[in-house]
Design a protein around this ligand. Structure first.
Ligand SMILES: *Cc1c(COP(=O)(O)O)cnc(C)c1O
Length: 389
C-alpha cells in the first residue's frame, strides 16, 4: 500500500465528493471572518446583491431588465426552502401532484401531507424519469390538482429529470409548477424566460459553492402576490418574508449573516468562472473524468449517460465478496476523499459527487485513490455482475 500525503482542499480539509455540504474555496470561507449587525448597511447591500444576482442567474428578467421574479431567502437548509415554497404557494384548498423518483420527491409529498394539503403522486423507479404521457393524462382527468411539484436533478440517483417538458405540460394544462432545483441551480440552465414556473427552490451550498445555511425561493412576482394567507407557519411564510423585505429591506428574524456574505463571495466567483455555463462545464468535465475512470476499473453506473446529470454519480456496489464498503469508504477518507453511501431502494450502491470546489485533477486523484484501495482490498474489478479473479 502506498500512502501519500492525503488530498486536501485549499484549507487542508478532505475533499467532499458528496451531495452537499461541499468543498468551498478558501476565499469563500475567508469572507466570513467579520461581524456585522443585521441592520448594517454593508451587510444589507451584500444581501440585496445576492438576491438580485440569483434572479439574474434564473433568467428571471424581462427585455427592459426588470425582474419578473423575486428571490425570497429562507434561513435554514434547502429543505426549509422547499417546505416554505410548498406551504406558501399551495393554498389550503389546493391540491399538489408530486412527481417522485427519489427521496426528495418523497420528502416533498411528506411536507405537503404534514401541512394538511390534498396530494396526489406519480411515482417512477429511481432510475426512470417521470412518465410524461401519464402526467398529462392525470392532469386532464383530475381538475382538482392545482399545482405540480418536480425535482430538477434528483440527487438520490443523480438523474436529470425533463423539467422543460414537465413545465410545458403543466402550463398547457393550466396548472402551476413548483421546482426543486436544489442540486442543479447555478450549474444546469433553467431559464425563467423559457421554463414557466411559479416558484423554484435552491440553496447556498450546492452548485453556487457557498456554505450551508440559506435556502431561497425564486418566485414569479404575479404568483407570489396571490399567496397571502396560504402559509401554515410564521417563519416559512414567503409572502410575509417578501413583504417585509419590500418594506424594510431586512429579514424578519436573525439572518445567517456569515452565510449570506460568503454566498456573495461565492456568486462573484461563479460569475468569474463564466456563470452557469462555466460552472456547468467544469462539473461536466469532472463527471466525465470520474465516470470514464470508474468504468475502466469495472464499476457500473446506475444510469445511462443520457439520464445522468453532471452532479452526482451512483455506482452499483461491486459484487466481489472481498469488497467491504466501510473499508472502501475509510480507505478513501484516509487518502483525502469523502464519498457518500447510496440512498436507493432499487439497487445496492454508493455515490460520488462532481460538485463543489473540485476540478478534473481532483477527480483523477480520487480515481487513483479508488485503485489503491481496491488493491489493498484485493478486489481486481469493481463490477457488479462478476466476482473477479
Ligand atoms: C440537497 C437537496 C435538498 C435539500 O437538502 P437539505 O439537506 O435540506 O439542504 C432538496 N432537494 C434536493 C434535490 C437536494 O439535492
Amino acid at each position: 500500500m502506498t500512502i501519500h500525503k492525503p488530498a486536501a482542499s485549499e484549507t487542508g480539509d478532505p475533499l467532499l465528493l458528496t451531495p452537499g455540504p461541499l468543498t468551498t474555496s478558501a476565499s469563500v470561507k475567508q469572507a466570513m471572518v467579520h461581524d456585522w449587525g443585521s441592520r448594517d448597511a454593508g451587510f444589507l447591500a451584500i444581501n440585496k446583491m445576492v438576491l438580485d444576482r440569483i434572479v439574474e442567474l434564473a433568467g428571471a428578467v424581462n427585455e427592459r431588465g426588470e425582474g419578473t421574479h423575486v428571490t425570497v431567502p429562507v434561513q435554514g437548509s434547502g429543505t426549509f426552502a422547499v417546505e416554505a415554497m410548498i406551504t406558501s404557494f399551495v393554498p389550503k384548498t389546493g391540491k399538489l401532484l408530486v412527481l417522485i423518483n427519489g427521496a426528495y420527491g418523497q420528502r416533498a409529498l411528506k411536507i405537503a401531507q404534514i401541512a394538511g394539503r390534498a396530494t396526489a403522486s406519480l411515482e417512477t423507479p429511481e432510475d426512470t424519469p417521470p412518465d410524461l404521457a401519464q402526467l398529462e393524462a392525470m392532469l386532464a382527468a383530475n381538475k382538482d390538482i392545482t399545482h405540480v411539484f418536480a425535482v430538477h436533478c434528483e440527487t438520490t440517483s443523480g438523474i436529470l429529470n425533463p423539467i422543460a417538458e414537465v413545465a410545458e405540460i403543466v402550463a398547457k394544462q393550466g396548472r402551476r409548477l413548483l421546482v426543486d432545483s436544489m442540486s442543479a441551480f447555478g450549474a444546469l440552465e433553467i431559464d425563467a424566460r423559457k421554463i414557466t414556473y411559479d416558484a423554484l427552490a435552491a440553496s447556498s451550498n450546492k452548485c453556487l459553492e457557498g456554505v450551508p445555511g440559506l435556502g431561497f425561493v425564486v418566485c414569479r412576482n404575479t404568483a407570489l402576490a396571490e399567496c397571502k394567507g396560504n402559509s401554515t407557519t410564521l417563519v416559512l411564510d414567503l409572502f410575509d418574508q417578501a413583504e417585509a423585505f419590500a418594506r424594510t429591506g431586512q429579514y424578519r428574524f436573525t439572518p445567517p449573516i456569515h452565510v449570506i456574505v460568503a454566498l456573495g463571495k461565492a456568486i462573484e466567483e461563479h460569475a468569474a468562472e463564466g456563470g452557469v455555463a462555466g460552472r456547468g462545464k467544469r462539473y461536466r468535465d469532472n463527471a466525465k473524468v470520474l465516470i470514464d475512470g470508474m468504468r475502466a476499473m469495472g464499476f457500473q453506473t446506475l444510469l445511462p449517460n443520457d439520464l445522468q446529470a453532471p452532479i452526482i454519480v451512483t455506482f452499483h456496489m461491486p459484487t466481489d465478496p472481498k469488497f467491504v464498503f466501510q473499508r472502501f469508504y475509510d480507505g478513501l477518507k484516509d487518502r483525502g476523499y469523502v464519498i457518500y453511501p447510496g440512498k436507493l431502494t432499487v439497487a445496492d450502491s454508493f455515490r460520488m459527487g462532481c460538485i463543489g470546489r473540485l476540478y478534473p485533477e481532483h477527480m483523477k486523484g480520487a480515481l487513483a485513490a479508488v485503485r489503491d484501495v481496491l488493491d489493498e482490498l484485493r478486489v481486481s474489478n469493481g463490477g457488479p455482475a462478476l466476482a473477479a479473479e
